[in-house]
Design a protein. Structure first.
Length: 87
């Protein structure tokens, strides 16, 4: 469990560092990259992905799969986010 947690933490840290470098190169890019956090549709798709993968992973690989499922949900949400505000 500790190795899995550390690996997921490294991946999330790499994503944050990538955002910081992009922000230094082009101010305002971080806001566009993380705009999916305010998009309800992206949250719903990401949560659904995490739920399905988490349930399947828990049944096959145990509780450590839940961390990977949460990371996959975050990545799916970031890919499906349009960057537009919901009204």
């Amino acid at each position: 469990m500790a190795v899995t947690l550390l690996t997921v933490a490294f991946i999330v840290a790499a994503l944050v560092i990538r955002t910081a470098v992009a922000e230094l190169r082009a101010p305002g890019s971080a806001r566009r990259q993380w705009a999916f956090l305010t998009d309800r549709r992206a949250w719903a798709i990401g949560a659904g992905t995490a739920l399905v993968l988490g349930a399947f992973g828990w049944a096959t690989a145990g509780p450590t799969a839940a961390l990977w499922a949460a990371l996959a949900g975050l990545l799916v949400a970031s890919l499906t986010g349009t960057g537009e505000k919901d009204d």
